[in-house]
Design a protein around this ligand. Structure first.
Ligand SMILES: *[C@@H]1O[C@H](CO)[C@@H](O)[C@H](O)[C@H]1NC(C)=O
Length: 961
């Protein structure tokens, strides 16, 4: 089908939104249609909440209600304005985490608490009371010098270590909790009793929550009662949008009325906060006083704009705060629409102003204040106290789990486009890689591969024999990904639709029918992935006998899972759609998380639990790291989009999602050749490395731009493949520990303020620093090499540079500035083949970069690359270290079992001096002399063909001449 036909066909079916979309996409204008998405002012609860200004909190802690039972403290809070009581729960969790939960003491109906995101009920530690008086209580947080002070009037919490306040909650009085209530004008039919006065009735409903004193006063004084009723009425008028809200042509019925929550956090001593992806913004978050707060609401934003706080496809409500002394984190576990305001008392100050403060001894400590506002649910917040960045990552991982360990092939290069037209196209693209000697592991099929956008099917003409195609790839040790989206074509001839409908698995609309929206297939239903039985069924659809034409080298991609609904409000689902007992409003940001969870489960199950899955998702939430990879969605072929891919993936890594990448080349529009080359060079050093392109763009396989550019792209992709052993090891670590793979420099150099706002360079693991060229026509870049005790080796020239410095690097179109940290050992494989799987048994080259103390350490991790057998200790994990002129390999996992045929073909020692002889000693006690070359100008020692097996003990001794 020609593009034109596709367009006409779609236009016939789709709502006007899509017509506009297509027109814009074809005409090439680039701008998000901001009118499609709400500002805080257009989101009733955000507007209401933001209208509250800092001041004295109406909340008071009722200390007499306090109960402390071992690990749990509970305490009632009362709002002195409306007498509604809240219940505060406070826990000390293992590993320096404090959990604070606040819910209504007696809500009219249960409020949503986010399930399935925490990997378990977090283990608690004892809390003990240190002191108490009528103003508050002081609790000890375990054995550390950490305490929490609960102040009663007004209510606030301060978390302290020693004499230092680490974080204060409600210190600005912005705790707000819209209690569930009955709607006044519908009272007569909602409540069956026949009571005359509406107000009396409200009082009865709330009587259990009303302060007895307050009630007595009201009963004694009918005048104040009438006044109160009037006040409430006024309030209703002012606070429009509480029971109904409209946006453009959409109305939200809000059957439960207002239910927003909000809380402020003050961070004394903090000037830098990070996280809360997904936003197309700088790594360091900005203050939001002069614009909208950062928004977290999973949305399919067409042609997203850069450097602003608008919501994008995913939401992880986790913020990190950092200064040279400490890193802390706030995890706000809420899946409803959320806005985050950030302000700072130093925001307006120039560097000079700050210096003046310093010189004049100004006593004002820098402070950052943040405020979280969510539409529904409860306050459930985890305060991670660090103190180091690594501690915060471990703390967060202990709550939501770590990055899934992908098949090694998924760490290779992925070739995608919307769309590879048919099987011949796939075959010829696949052959093109061989012809041009460029490795790749996965070729991808977008929506056009299906039979009329019916997922789990194949177009009967274009993909008539999918198994033949997959077998062809398998013969070359390559794989495929096919898209499986969660919008299901409403079509009684479509098995998947019929089954979901018959099992009543669709999300319901507010009137109880199956929710229907427009998406790629036309009218579509949306399976309720919040249901475990639905997810089990979905997973079972990936079985080889269910998913016809699938084979074990076919993997999955979940797109449009925000969910995208072309004709829905803000291009997503109506908030009053129904998931069993809950509204879509309560769990919107979780939908994509569940889709990927169920899909990953399907890929695991189809192999009987043996094979690791690979699933890419566009929408995500906290915990999505457990199910696969994410990408930054529909970006554009523009230099600024290339640049923003760095802070966007860094921000995701900070909140646990390491497996991140951006569409190489840019999705919309067509890149200049220079941009495409630079994008390959950058993407080769980001965790998820996939090229992708829009249907309307000219083809851009790597060899279509002349031999010189083909060579440049080949070189970038080959650099990725030579480094696969290091990348794979980083994934293993991320999986075991929750540490990010792609890291901001401050994670490794937390005391160096020069690293705090860098978002044009990054580290991979600890040992490789990358400063990709992201400027058009660049003649040079300035990279910051951190660490005053560090040295850094240019990985291409082996030239040594001292940290900490800003290093100007002249560049050509070939340059990818990458540095290896002195003190590290990095394994590579220098024989690049068709795909990563073809390189499994290939030999290694070790790059040993000596630090000024002439030592270095590194690791080598090897397993089968695709099964879960590593969980049964089937792997090799060795520590490599160089000290006293000896390089050794020792076993880090003595009880594990795995063997490899891989051996060491070369050892390159950077920063070495010339030895007299080099002796290899192997596990069996054999000694032999190794041949070597020494490059005196660069101090590089190359040991030729040492030949020992990668899985065994050995050492290499350099003897002085
Ligand atoms: C907890 O915090 C203390 C004090 O800051 C620190 O010494 C300790 O290492 C932390 N423990 C963990 C598990 O993060």
């Amino acid at each position: 089908m020609s593009q034109r036909l596709v367009a006409t066909h779609l236009v016939d079916m789709m709502a006007p939104v899509l017509v506009l979309w297509l027109v814009m996409s074809l005409s090439g204008t680039w701008a998000v249609d901001k009118g499609n998405f709400k500002t805080c002012d257009q989101s009733a609860f955000c507007k209401r909440q933001r209208a509250l200004k800092p001041g004295e909190s109406p909340y008071r802690a009722l200390l007499e209600t306090m109960e402390l039972t071992g690990t749990r403290l509970t305490l009632q809070l009362i709002n002195d304005n409306n007498k509604v009581r809240l219940l505060l729960e406070l826990y000390r969790l293992q590993g320096n985490i404090t959990r604070v939960k606040i819910n209504e003491l007696k809500p009219l109906k249960p409020r949503y608490e986010v399930p399935d995101v925490l990997i378990r009920e977090p283990p608690t530690e004892p809390l003990s009371l240190l002191s108490q008086d009528e103003n508050g209580v002081v609790l000890s947080l375990g054995s550390e010098s950490q305490r929490v002070i609960v102040s009663a009037r007004p209510f606030r919490l301060d978390i302290m270590e020693g004499r230092e306040v680490l974080m204060s909650l409600n210190s600005r009085g912005l705790l707000a909790f819209e209690h569930l209530r009955m709607r006044k004008d519908t009272f007569s039919y909602k409540v069956t009793s026949t009571v005359a006065s509406v107000w009396d009735n409200i009082k009865r409903v709330f009587s259990s929550q009303v302060d007895p004193e307050g009630e007595k006063k009201e009963e004694a004084d009918p005048a104040s009662q009438a006044e109160k009723a009037k006040e409430e009425e006024e309030e209703e008028k002012v606070e429009a949008g509480m029971w109904e809200e409209t946006f453009k042509s959409h109305s939200d019925s809000k059957p439960n009325g207002p239910s927003a929550i909000s809380l402020d956090f003050s961070l004394p001593g903090v000037e830098h906060v990070y996280g809360i992806p997904e936003h197309a913004d700088t790594l360091r978050l900005k203050t939001t006083e002069n614009g909208d707060p950062y928004r977290l609401y999973n949305l399919d934003v067409f042609q997203y704009e850069l450097y602003n706080p608008m919501a994008l496809y995913g939401a992880v409500p986790v913020m990190l705060a950092h200064n040279a002394q400490r890193t802390t984190g706030i995890f706000w576990l809420n899946a409803a629409e959320t806005w985050v305001d950030i302000s700072s008392n130093t925001a307006g100050k120039t560097v000079f102003g700050k210096m003046l403060d310093y010189v004049q001894g100004s006593s004002e400590t820098p402070q950052t204040d943040v405020r979280w506002i969510s539409e529904s649910g409860i306050i459930d917040v985890f305060i991670m106290l660090g103190p180091t960045p690594k501690d915060v990552f471990s703390q967060y991982a202990s709550l939501t789990g770590t990055q899934s360990f992908p098949p090694e092939a998924a760490v290779g290069y992925h070739q995608c486009r919307w769309n590879y037209n048919d099987q011949e196209d796939v075959t010829s693209v696949d052959a093109g890689f061989d012809e041009h000697d460029i490795p790749y592991d996965y070729i991808w099929l977008d929506i056009e591969h299906t039979d009329g956008k019916r997922y789990f099917t194949w177009d009967p003409h274009k993909f008539a024999t999918p198994k033949e195609m997959l077998q062809g790839l398998m013969d070359k040790k390559r794989k495929m990904v096919a898209i499986v989206d969660p919008h299901i074509k409403v079509d009684s001839n479509y098995k998947i639709h019929n089954e979901i409908r018959n099992r009543a698995f669709y999300i319901k609309n507010k009137d109880g029918g199956d929710y229907e929206g427009w998406c790629w297939p036309g009218s579509a239903g949306y399976p309720d992935f919040t249901r475990a039985d639905m997810r089990d069924w979905w997973a079972s659809m990936f079985a080889y006998d269910q998913y016809e034409g699938s084979m074990e080298n076919l993997y999955a991609w979940n797109d449009m899972n925000e969910p995208s609904v072309f004709n829905g409000p803000e291009v997503t689902m109506h908030k009053d759609a129904v998931h069993g007992a809950w509204e879509h409003r309560d769990m919107h940001n979780l939908y994509g998380f569940y889709v990927q969870m169920a899909t990953a489960q399907g890929l695991i199950q189809r192999s009987g639990g043996v094979e690791r899955p690979f699933v890419l998702t566009r929408a995500f939430f906290a915990g999505s790291q457990r199910y696969g990879a994410v990408w930054t969605g529909d970006n554009a072929a523009e230099w600024e989009h290339l640049k923003i891919s760095i802070p966007m993936c860094l921000s995701l890594g900070l909140v646990g999602i390491s497996f991140c990448g951006a569409d190489v080349g840019g999705f919309f529009k067509s890149p200049s050749t220079e941009l495409l080359v630079r994008w390959y060079q950058t993407g080769a050093y980001q965790p998820f490395f996939r090229a992708h392109a829009h249907l309307d763009t000219p083809r851009r396989e790597p060899w279509l731009f002349g031999p010189e550019n083909t060579a440049l792209i080949r070189e970038a992709v080959r650099q990725r493949y030579t480094l696969l052993p290091y990348w794979y090891q980083q994934f293993y670590h991320a999986h075991r520990t929750g540490q990010p793979i792609m890291r901001p420099l401050w994670v490794e150099y937390p005391q160096d303020p020069a690293t705090f706002a860098l978002d044009d360079e990054f580290l991979i693991g600890r040992d490789l620093l990358v400063h990709p060229v992201t400027e058009e026509g660049a003649r040079g870049v300035t990279a910051y090499l951190p660490g005053k005790d560090e040295v850094w080796f240019d990985v291409h020239t082996f030239q040594k540079h001292n940290g900490a410095q800003n290093l100007y690097i002249p560049v050509t179109i070939r340059s990818i500035p990458v540095f290896q940290r002195g003190g590290s050992i990095i394994p590579r494989k220098s024989r690049v083949r068709r795909s990563s799987s073809c390189m499994m048994q290939d030999p290694y080259t070790l790059y040993v970069a000596l630090n000024p103390q002439r030592t270095a350490t590194g690791e080598l991790y090897i397993d089968d690359g695709h099964t879960f057998n590593y969980e049964k200790k089937e792997f090799i994990h060795r520590k490599l270290f160089f000290a006293n002129n000896m390089l050794s390999s020792v076993n880090l996992a003595p009880d594990s079992q795995f063997s490899t045929q891989s051996w060491f073909e070369r050892i390159i020692i950077l920063g070495a001096s010339k030895p007299g002889k080099v002796t290899l000693k192997t596990a069996d006690g054999q000694e032999s002399q190794l041949e070597f070359d020494f490059d005196a100008s660069m101090s590089v020692l190359t040991l030729r063909k040492p030949g020992m097996n990668a899985g065994l003990d050995w050492n290499v001794m350099l003897q002085l001449p």
